[in-house]
Design a protein around this ligand. Structure first.
Ligand code: HEC
Length: 144
């Protein structure tokens, strides 16, 4: 999930199909992380004292209708018994940086034909991958 991107000159590099992964986390707009049970020690840490409370949505509720507020109400319910009532005011933040997940599920039974890649304007941009003009010409041997 997290390794450096290679170039065509990296020894042993291979082309893998991946999907770029965007991760979003939900935070309480008013409460801080140190207010969560067992997290009070963060209050004395200057770097963490203002860190917002990370919220735990209930995925099942979210998946039903995509209602974030309902998912947070359900997901944060168990914390109420521990004395943590979320403020009902949430914000979303994207986790910085890009990570990738391999495409290993829901793969089509029949793959791309040779010509899907080995023609001009095929699905792979050979130039962008770092091949020189001669190599690009060679790789685009397909008709069409
Ligand atoms: C998804 C895109 C894709 C498909 C589909 C694909 N290729 Fe390729 N092919 C490539 C890429 C990218 C390279 C360059 C790999 C490299 O240089 O490391 C390549 C390289 C080649 C080469 C040159 C190898 C060499 O060492 O110079 C041949 C020959 C080739 N493919 C044949 C085929 C044939 C035959 C098919 C169909 C059975 C096919 N390819 C399907 C992407 C594809």
């Amino acid at each position: 999930m997290a390794f450096e991107t290679a170039t065509m000159n990296t020894p042993g590099a291979k082309i893998y199909p991946v999907r770029a992964l965007t991760q979003v986390m939900l935070f309480d707009k008013k409460l801080k992380m140190w207010q969560a049970p067992g997290m009070a020690f963060l209050k004395d840490d200057p770097a963490m004292a203002q860190f917002p409370l990370l919220l735990a949505p209930n995925r099942e509720v979210y998946n039903k209708a995509g209602n974030v507020k309902a998912a947070l109400d359900a997901g944060m319910k168990p914390y109420e018994a521990m004395g943590l009532k979320w403020s009902c005011d949430w914000t979303a933040m994207q986790v910085p940086g890009t990570s990738y997940i391999s495409v290993s599920h829901g793969v089509q039974k029949v793959g791309l034909s040779c010509n899907a890649c080995h023609t001009k304007g095929g699905v792979m941009d050979f130039k962008a991958l770092g091949f020189g003009p001669e190599q690009v010409k060679q790789l685009q041997w397909g008709g069409g």
